[in-house]
Design a protein around this ligand. Structure first.
Ligand code: SF4
Length: 426
């Protein structure tokens, strides 16, 4: 079911122009592909030679600590997104279902485990591919419990150590106690990580890595804030692809250099008033996970309706303002506990209000992702409360991040078109 905030007349006709709307192609894409290619090459080389060791980490796990302890870091969720975007998930999810992983749980998890069992991955098309087996598995439950169970599967398979941080969730204010609890768990990881990695812990190295991550996050934030310009030079669908370095290159210089290139391009567009779409009439917010197998469809559909998705919770989730090299453990703990996904609905409403203001949002699309309740914020009355406070209308699209069986193309298209029609009447 797809719902919308107020009735749209049945006679309303979608205002999709017949001519082909082209979304501006990000020129820095090649530089990003090169940076991502270099990241994977390093991983494959390490998998071949056994050096350096490889840590698997959940996307908002303590990556800086792992890099400081000498590991290369591989992110199974990044692989999950690749499986969704390549639409391989559809065949892989049932494979994981068949061994007891429910179709109701995270479809990144089921796609990834299905891919592992079948031995099919988009990485195999990359030069020098060797599967990057883990030497250690590290999770943080700040985002959900699924990541713990996901890593547990590989722990059972490979017999390598499984380390984790358990973070309190649904917090309104992050207190010192919350931070101390997470920081202590990170500190306790140092000894086992050093043992597995065969290295001595170097506190100064950790400070340097946190410094690099801070620089990376500041650049990524600037990329997202470029979308506050009218017209916006970048849209959410581009953002989901160009956030790759912000996720996997924490603690390295490569991602920082890439975002310098991208920022130069975006600032140039802002100066010349070149938008991501040819004619930006409506500015939208995307709340929730992307539907990876439909990024281009959604991008082109919205461009044809003169609607640009200029901001999202998803892309903003990789801004870690709190990193501080002078206090690495506590600042990492705070950064990874202050995440949007960890917070209460009361906090989230305030956050959305700020985003609406900052990005001049006309309407919100909530994606109700079937297998990710953690990133679906439409289920406890939040959209209705927010619309009442701000007057900004919304629509809810039912779908999923990877499992396209939960998504109806026709229904989503009809409802998005009716929603934009409703915006134009306002
Ligand atoms: S937050 Fe959602 S998409 Fe991410 S790992 Fe957890 S269940 Fe999967």
């Amino acid at each position: 079911m797809t719902e919308k905030s107020s009735e749209t007349k049945p006679a309303d006709k979608p205002k999709t122009d017949e001519k082909k709307f082209l979304v501006r192609k990000i020129e820095s894409s090649k530089a990003m592909n090169d940076a991502m290619g270099a990241y994977f090459s390093e991983l494959f080389e390490a998998a071949k030679t056994g050096h350096p060791k490889i840590a698997w980490c959940t996307s908002v796990g303590p990556a800086e600590l792992l890099v400081a302890c000498g590991f290369l870091v591989y992110f199974p969720e990044n692989h999950g997104a690749m499986l969704g975007a390549s639409r391989m998930s559809t065949d892989l999810i049932p494979v994981a279902n068949a061994i007891g992983y429910s179709p109701e749980i995270c479809s990144y998890l089921t796609s990834d485990i299905g891919s592992f069992i079948k031995g099919e991955t988009p990485m195999s098309k990359m030069p020098g591919y060797v599967f990057p087996k883990p030497d250690v598995l590290v999770f943080n439950t700040n985002q959900c419990r699924d990541v713990q169970d996901w890593m547990y599967y590989y722990h059972l398979h490979y017999g390598v150590p499984l380390l984790g941080i358990n973070t309190p969730v649904r917090i309104k204010e992050v207190t010192r106690t919350h931070v101390e609890v997470a920081a202590k768990q990170m500190e306790e990881m140092v000894e086992p990580l050093c043992k597995i990695g065969g290295q001595r812990f170097d506190y100064d190295k950790l400070r340097d890595i946190v410094t690099l991550s801070k620089q990376l996050t500041i650049k990524w934030k600037a990329v997202l804030e470029a979308a506050a310009a009218i017209p916006s030079p970048i849209n959410f669908f581009d953002g989901t692809i160009h956030m790759g370095p912000a996720v996997v290159m924490r603690g390295s210089k490569r991602g920082i250099e890439y975002y310098d290139t991208l920022l130069k391009e975006l600032n140039d567009c802002i100066l010349k008033k070149i938008g991501s779409i040819p004619e930006e009439k409506f500015r939208l917010y995307w709340e929730g996970m992307p539907i990876w197998g439909r990024l281009r469809t959604h991008s082109e559909l919205l461009a044809s309706l003169k609607a640009c998705v200029v901001a999202s919770t998803y892309c903003n989730s990789w801004i870690f303002d709190e990193f501080n090299p002078d206090d690495p453990f506590r600042s990492m703990a705070r950064a990874y506990t202050e995440l949007f996904i960890v917070r209460s609905d009361e906090y989230k409403e305030q956050y959305f209000q700020q985003m609406i203001e900052k990005y001049k949002i006309d309407g919100i699309i909530y994606h109700d992702a079937k297998t990710c309740p953690n990133n679906s914020n439409n289920r406890y009355g939040l959209p209705q409360r927010l619309e009442k406070k701000t007057g900004v209308p919304y629509i809810v699209i039912a779908g999923d991040l990877n499992d396209l069986r939960c998504y109806s193309e026709e229904q989503a298209k009809t409802n998005i078109e009716a929603f934009v029609e409703q915006l134009s009447e306002r």
